[in-house]
Ligand binder design. Structure first.
Ligand code: ADP
Ligand SMILES: N[C@@H](CCOP(=O)(O)O)C(=O)O
Length: 331
């Protein structure tokens, strides 16, 4: 259940009116999601039924939200299918509901595709590249708050919870990523605003066409290649079963071809893709370990399995032998 803050009908109705979104007719709590309170809101405007999503932010504060919401607005107004945050008469897109930060965004059509084929991967790959290009003109700055500095801070915090062999892998990978980040090829990588968490559950499809990307609340300025690696590690690997975490080459090729159809990779990006695939796996192994062993506001977070990303990382190591779930005990 993802309604942590009960929003009174009258408060939601007043907000919709201020946003010129018509008269509220229905307010429905959304069961999915783990971080925020989300409602589907239906209203009548000029004889039309319109649908939006009201999000009350439970963890993110007023200081970080303008970057995420303005990025969504920038992308939406430049033709990237992203839910557009609704503005009031003064142009404000960050609102307050029950004393917490809140936003109202367009409701996307369709549903997530958790078992994507090559066509789904290609559709997302092409849009990811478009999003990167359109983001070049976005003028706000905020780092990826789950980037290298956070990995360096967080690895020592989770190490005591790991088996010796897992701890050795985590330490070695962090050292490798620090080394990569110091290199001239890394410094030459193109950068800009990235989604940084564009997993299968953050994309809606209407048939095989993407109706939109959502959940920009880990976005930040970082290398485009890292964003691509995060996607390849979720869209193009096996989920579950004996071979959980192994890459699926035909899906990866479909994703990459479509991405490069819009924005070809630079030479530095080609060289560093294997290293950044490891970085993407490390990032989510680490955050899942952190959520599992050091739950913040535990009631709000249902931790995902860290073992999956440990397997993705092992499968991305040079000369990696196929890993089996049983060989790598979940942390
Ligand atoms: N703009 C949107 N359009 C349609 N559905 C949405 C939209 N935003 C969120 N949802 C629905 O709400 C669910 C929870 O949203 P999500 O952003 O994943 O929540 P959380 O940040 O709490 O994890 C999604 O799985 C999706 O079904
Ligand atoms: N994609 C991340 C979790 C991020 O949570 P979200 O529900 O806000 O997308 C993971 O799978 O670890």
């Amino acid at each position: 259940m993802a309604v942590y803050t009960e929003v009174p009908f009258a408060e939601a109705a007043a907000l919709l009116e201020r946003l010129n979104l018509g008269t509220l007719t229905e307010l429905r709590g959304i069961q999915g999601g783990i971080e925020n309170t989300n409602y589907f809101v239906t209203s009548e405007r000029e004889g039309q039924t319109v649908e939006h999503v009201l999000t009350v932010f439970e963890r993110l504060g007023f200081e970080h939200l303008p970057f995420y919401l303005h990025l969504m607005k920038h992308l939406a107004t430049h033709g990237v299918p992203v839910p557009e945050p609704a503005a009031d008469a003064r142009g404000e897109i960050l609102h307050t509901v029950q004393g917490k930060p809140a936003a109202v965004v367009d409701k996307l059509r369709g549903a997530s595709e958790l078992a994507p084929g090559a066509a789904h991967c290609a559709a997302v790959g092409a849009l990811l590249a478009r999003m990167h290009l359109v983001g070049r003109d976005f003028d706000r700055q905020q780092p990826n708050l789950r980037g290298l500095p956070w990995w360096n801070e967080t690895v020592p915090v989770v190490l005591p919870f790991l088996a010796p062999e897992q701890a050795a892998l985590l330490r070695a990978e962090l050292a490798y990523q620090n080394h990569i980040a110091e290199g001239s090829a890394y410094k030459a990588l193109p950068r800009g605003p990235i989604h940084a968490d564009l997993f299968r559950d953050n994309v809606m499809f209407d048939g095989e066409a993407v109706s939109g990307f959502f959940d920009f609340y880990f976005a930040g300025v970082d290398t485009w290649l890292f964003d691509l690696a995060v996607c390849l590690n979720d869209w193009c690997v096996r989920h579950g079963g004996e071979r959980d975490g192994e890459p699926v080459p035909e899906l990866q090729q479909a994703f990459l071809n479509a991405y490069e159809g819009v924005r070809p990779l630079t030479a530095a990006e080609r060289t560093l893709l294997p290293a950044l695939l490891r970085a993407g796996a490390l990032r989510f192994w680490l955050s899942r370990l952190w959520d599992l062993h050091l739950p913040r506001e535990a009631a709000l977070l249902k931790p995902h399995d860290p073992g999956h990303f440990e397997r993705v990382l092992r499968a991305r190591l040079p000369l990696a032998a196929p890993t089996r779930p049983a060989e790598t005990a979940a942390a």
